[in-house]
Design a protein around this ligand. Structure first.
Ligand code: ASP
Ligand code: MG
Length: 408
């Protein structure tokens, strides 16, 4: 039997009526002849509520118990979905992560998949089940305890199942009808993309577009899983297909614009300009679990001292500053300044490789609006700039027009 993975996000299973609506979509695919693995999220708002309960009960909570509590939201929707399908006469059963089993690392609250053995579910399909409903976002660690994959993790569950079971396609049902050129709440003229290359989607997701968890795109790209993002509420709009670069005919220089307000900038003034100093700065940050994103180091005027600026997630600013200050003596800076009122705006497109002058258009567009660029970073298919947070919306709108992405 051909197999499909269908994933329903929190808003698609927000109440019993919506679970029924989602179940009707599953029924359609079963009637088309597919076996289906359904991955469900918790009802929208549920995970936040559970996280809140944990934090209120215990300030420095035990991560194992956090996972035990927070994974429960998906268990509820998995069972309800299986019941609804049974009511429709479809042979369906629910599975929690440990029952499959979905084996993960032991990193509680941010676990990664180790393996998803097929035997158990394959046997169930062979017995006559048409639908396996699996709780997203969770697994079981090497110590036999429940783990979770990080917020938004049920996207990753879905794509990983599609890869493990060789699914024909992975359909991610959500509350938007696809991936847009940018956030439509900021740019009403944003357009839905018919297709987006895996590489582009990976950049979009990691640079702030919130449609899919970044890890899910990594897995889709690695295993070339044809993945579709589509709305549960407007069924017949085609959604967006994540695909190989070769499958995209018209490669505009820029495909999409992403932004992130979760940024903070730290500058170390007058650090010694000698070999090894970067390691003394970024070593302690890495040891403290702080992810560093953009980095710039100036050329020193006198060959002895220079300034170094880097960015971290805003939520990690305090931890980063404390790691730097603890190692102040070894690093040997004059002083440290920081700014949390910054944001990152990025342009993304595989077409950039073939079109010269793409970055120049970005810089001149921002300068026409009087927006100062604080830090720049680039890769083959993206350019990111750090700017004052108050100009994010202005910048995104101006760039969206400059690269001719506005819907006509
Ligand atoms: N329910 C989890 C969350 O809200 C996982 C998910 O929905 O993807 O993060
Ligand atoms: Mg999500």
């Amino acid at each position: 039997m051909p197999l499909l993975v269908m994933k329903f996000g929190g808003t698609s299973v927000a109440d019993l009526a919506r679970i029924e609506n989602a179940a009707l979509k599953v029924q359609q695919e079963v009637e088309r002849g597919y076996d289906v693995i359904v991955i469900v999220s918790a009802m929208s708002g549920k995970t936040n509520e559970l996280v809140g309960w944990v934090e209120t009960t215990s300030h420095l909570y035990d991560a194992r118990e956090y996972d035990a509590v927070v994974a429960s939201g998906e268990n509820v929707t998995a069972g309800l979905m299986a019941l609804r399908l049974q009511e429709m006469g479809i042979p369906a059963r629910s599975w929690q992560g440990w029952q499959v089993p979905i084996n993960t690392t032991s990193a509680h609250s941010s676990a990664r998949f180790v393996s998803i053995p097929r035997e158990h579910l394959d046997a169930k399909f062979a017995e006559g089940f048409k639908v396996a409903v699996v709780a997203g976002f969770q697994g079981i660690g090497p110590d036999g305890r429940i783990t979770t994959l990080g917020r938004g993790g049920s996207d990753t569950t879905a794509v990983a199942f599609a890869a493990a079971f060789g699914a024909e396609r992975c359909d991610i049902y959500t509350d938007v009808d696809g991936v847009y050129t940018t956030d439509p709440r900021i740019v009403p003229k944003a357009r839905r993309l018919e297709k987006i290359a895996f590489e582009e989607m990976l950049e979009m997701a990691s640079l702030g577009a919130k449609v899919l968890q970044t890890r899910s795109v990594e897995i889709a790209m690695l295993h070339r899983v044809p993945t579709r993002v589509l709305s549960t509420f407007t069924p017949d709009v085609g959604g967006t297909l994540l695909c190989d670069e070769e499958d995209i005919v018209e490669k505009k220089p820029v495909t999409g614009i992403a932004y992130s307000r979760d940024e903070a900038k730290i500058t170390l003034h007058k650090i010694p300009d000698r070999p090894g100093v970067a390691a003394t700065i970024f070593g302690p940050l890495a040891d403290g679990g702080v992810n560093v994103d953009m980095i710039v180091q100036n050329v020193s005027e006198d060959g002895k001292q220079t300034d170094l600026t880097f960015t971290v997630a805003r939520s990690e600013l305090a931890r980063a500053l404390s790691a730097i200050e603890t190692h102040g003596k070894e690093i040997g800076y004059r002083d440290v300044t920081h700014d949390a009122n910054v944001a990152k705006v990025s342009i993304i497109g595989i077409g950039m490789r073939a079109h010269p002058g793409v970055a120049k258009t970005m810089f001149s567009t921002l300068s026409d609006k009087g927006i100062n660029i604080q830090v720049i970073s680039t890769s083959e298919i993206k350019v990111s700039v750090l700017i004052d947070e108050q100009y994010v919306e202005l910048a995104v709108r101006a760039l969206h027009s400059a690269y001719e992405l506005d819907a006509v």
